[in-house]
Design a protein around this ligand. Structure first.
Ligand SMILES: [Zn+2]
Length: 258
């Protein structure tokens, strides 16, 4: 009776729904994965990938590179796109296995991360997207007995997904709990050689970044190591190829200084 859901249309005529098709080559007979099973797997993977609806059209092809009017931006974004394409092409043999994209807000990091993720989904790799802040909030609320199964699932998914895409890494108030949680996720994935694609607005290294606030006071802006902890930071660098993307503001500032 359960089989009523399987109408004639859903049973693949090539493989009879087995997912395997018989192929003959040079008089030999063998079996191959049927296209219908690849298509079904990709569809299921996309459904559970958590890609935000406003990035539905983000692909490597739709990534905008400025034309000649801004040669520095053109050069930088062009290089970032080439590096992401190379990563996707080499995947899963890319070494290091992950990608860390940094740059100011609006630079296109999230677009590139999601575009890379879509290429990998098409090839059948399980990729799950999380906004960093939202992931931490869901993990914390999962400790609450009244929390839903999806919050409990979030932590497991961040650990176990074949590819984890973590957007806006470090964008959370720093506490010991946050540091321990992000360290446990990154360390676990690093030890299992499970790739991570991350984006961050924060400065990478131990550089001290100061800016002048509206009140005219020098304010220390935390860098990535300070917001996720030095252990997570060093594992992150072990497992990720770095792609630095400037934003338009960066180009203005850098050019102004020269
Ligand atoms: Zn089939």
């Amino acid at each position: 009776m359960e089989n009523n859901a399987l109408t004639a249309e859903t049973i693949c005529p090539i493989c009879d729904g087995t997912g395997w098709k018989t192929v003959k080559r040079a008089g030999l007979e063998g079996v191959l994965r049927c296209d219908c099973s690849t298509a079904t797997r990709t569809r299921n993977l996309i459904d559970s990938s958590n890609i935000p609806p406003n990035y539905r059209n983000a692909t490597l092809e739709t990534f905008q590179i400025p034309q000649v009017e801004n040669p520095i931006a053109r050069e930088n974004l062009g290089r970032a796109l080439r590096e992401v394409k190379a990563f996707v092409r080499e995947f899963p043999l890319a070494d290091p296995p992950g990608l860390l994209m940094s740059g100011g807000p609006g630079a296109g990091k999230t677009h590139l991360a999601i575009a890379a993720m879509k290429e990998l989904l098409k090839r059948g790799f399980e990729c799950v997207f999380f906004d960093y802040q939202n992931l931490l909030d869901r993990i914390r609320s999962s400790y609450n007995a009244a929390s839903g199964a999806s919050d409990r699932e979030a932590y497991r998914s961040a650990l176990e997904a074949e590819v984890l895409v973590l957007d806006d890494l470090g964008a959370h108030r720093v506490t010991d709990w946050v540091e321990d949680t992000v360290t446990s996720i990154i360390t676990y994935r690093c030890n299992q050689r499970k790739p991570l694609i991350a984006t961050t607005n924060l400065e990478m290294s131990g550089q001290q970044v100061e800016y002048v606030s509206a009140g005219g006071i020098n304010v220390h802006r935390k860098n990535l190591a300070e917001t996720i902890g030095t252990r997570a930071h060093s594992r992150l660098f072990e497992m990720c190829r770095q792609v630095r993307i400037f934003d338009v503001e960066d180009f203005r500032t850098h050019r102004g200084r020269r």
